[in-house]
Design a protein around this ligand. Structure first.
Ligand code: 4NP
Length: 156
């Protein structure tokens, strides 16, 4: 079984993509699907920081520890190192398309479009309350379990 190399990308790399990284790592462990998973942001406001405390808290409520992750920005080498690069929303995908060289364009997808076949954004919860983070958690968790099924089809 080939390990799929997956990069989740959002704007700040402190709310959505670190959560996605933690959820996929946990679900992959439970299903014995080998993955390399990482996350990054297109913006550089929080470089080196831990995830937002609200993302750490929602992950913790679901038994996942994301506290050791550190914020980083998308780099050019990411476009060679990862098989699938998922933007959380349409804006992230647009930014990724501007940054990526031509051969990597086909690796870039809107996450829920690839995972669930619904071209929905995972909304930015930065200015929302706890409910926003729970909603994001549910969307990411549903997306990740469906994604693992797709990986079994493609990386076997
Ligand atoms: P994320 O959320 O893209 O899900 O990490 C955000 C976090 C921080 C900012 C924007 C979005 N910010 O503008 O600092």
């Amino acid at each position: 079984m080939k390990p799929a190399r997956i990069l989740f990308v959002c704007l700040g790399n402190i709310c959505r993509s670190p959560l996605a990284e933690g959820i996929l790592r946990q679900q992959a462990g439970e299903t014995r699907r080998e993955v390399t998973v990482d996350s990054a942001g297109t913006g550089g406001w929080h470089l080196g920081n831990a995830p937002d405390p609200r993302s750490i808290a929602v992950a913790e409520r679901h038994g996942i520890d994301i506290g050791q992750q550190r914020c980083r920005r998308v780099e050019q080498t990411d476009f060679e190192r990862f098989d699938l690069i998922f933007g959380m929303d349409h804006g992230n995908v647009e930014q990724l398309r501007l940054l990526a060289p031509p051969p990597a364009q086909t690796r870039i997808h809107l996450f829920l479009d690839y995972a669930l076949g619904t071209a929905l954004d995972v909304p930015d919860p930065y200015y929302s309350g706890v409910d926003g983070f729970e909603t994001v958690y549910t969307m990411l968790s549903d997306g990740c379990s469906s994604l693992i099924g797709r990986l079994d089809e493609r990386f076997s």
